[in-house]
Design a protein around this ligand. Sequence first.
Ligand code: ATP
Ligand code: MG
Length: 359
Amino acid sequence: MNSVHLKICNVAKSFGNVQALKNISIDVPKGSFTTFLGPSGCGKTTMLRTIAGFYEVEKGEIYIGERLINYVPSHQRNAIMVFQDYALFPHMSIGENIAYGLKIQKLSAKEIKNRVGRTMEFLGIQELEKRNPGQISGGQQQRAALARALVMEPEVLLLDEPLSNLDAKLRMTIRAELRQIQRQLGITTIYVTHDQAEALALSDQIAVMNKGELTQTGSPWEIYYKPVSIFVADFVGTANLLKGRVTQKSKGYIQAQYGKTFLRIDEPDQDVERGDAITICIRPETIDLFKKAPSDQTNILKGKIRNFIFEGPHIRYWVEAGEETLLVDVSDPSEMGIYKDEVYLRFHPRKTHIISEKV
Ligand SMILES: Nc1ncnc2c1ncn2[C@@H]1O[C@H](COP(=O)(O)OP(=O)(O)OP(=O)(O)O)[C@@H](O)[C@H]1O
Ligand SMILES: [Mg+2]
C-alpha cells in the first residue's frame, strides 16, 4: 500500500441545521483513485469543496502529506477541483481557459505555451485550442476542463461527477480514458459520483456516504460482496436480502436458517451469535439454477419461476422461494427462458454474505 497522501480526520460541516458532513475520516493513499459514492444530497460535493478549500473546515483536520491544510487558502493547497458543470469561461478560447491558472501564477509566456500544448496533446484536444466552449461537444468540454486542472500539475485532483452530463456510451469511453490518464500520471484522485457502476469500475477505494455519514470504506470488491449494511448492499448493485437467523457457529462457517432451509455460509469471522436475527445478502449472479434437484443438497432451495426478462449479458429471473421472490441472473442468453415453473436454487457458501442488521 502506498503512503497516505490525503488524510481526513473527523471532519464535520453544517449549513444552518443541515449537517452535511458528520465526522468523516478517511486515508487516501498516494496515487490512488478514491471515490465518494452516495445518493443525492448525502454530502459528496460538500466533502470535495471542503478539501479544495471553498468551505472552511468546521471541525476536524485535513492533511495533504504531513501538512495540515485547514487554514491554507484554496489556491495554495495544490488540490484542484473539476466542477460538475465544467465551469469553463465562455468568453475565452479553450487554449486561454487552460492557460488561465498558469497566467495567474505569472509563469513566462513560453512556459505557459509549452505546458498548455503538452496537456492538450496528452488529452488529444489540440485542434480545439482556438474554439470557445460553446463551439465544442460535451465530451470535449469535459476534456478541456480536465486539461485546465491537469496543466496546474496538482498533487491532488478532485472530480465532481465529471461524466454526468455525457450520454451513456460516451460516459463509458471517457470513464476508461480517465482511469488510464490517472494511472499514467499516478495522480492522487478523489472522485465523486452517485453512480455505483462508475464507482466500482474506476476506484481503488470507495467511500460510501449516506446522509452526511461515511457508511463503509473499502475496495470495490469489498463494497460489492461484503457490504456492512443493508443500505450499502442495496445502493451498490442489486442484492437479494433475506431475513434469517443464526443456528450454528462453527469453525470455518456459520449455519443460518431461512424459512425451513438451513444454509451454510463460509464467513466464520462474522460478529454474530447463535440465535441472532440477520440479513442474508446474495447477489443475483452468484445463484445457480437447476431444473432438477442436484444430488448434493447443500444450500439448495426450491422455487417457482414467476417472471424473466432478457437483459443482454444475462437473463434475469424472478424466483419465488420461501417468503421472498429472489432475483437470479443467468449468464447464458442463448438459453432464453429455459427455466420454467419449478426450479432449484443453489447458494454459494463463499458468495453468500451475512449482514448483522435486520431487514
Ligand atoms: N451552500 C449550501 N447552503 C445550504 N445547504 C447546503 C449548501 N450546500 C449543500 N447544502 C445541503 O447539504 C447537503 C449536502 O449537499 P451536497 O451538495 O454536498 O450533496 P451531494 O451529495 O453532492 O448531492 P448531489 O449528488 O445531488 O450533487 C444537502 O442537504 C444540501 O441541501
Ligand atoms: Mg453534488
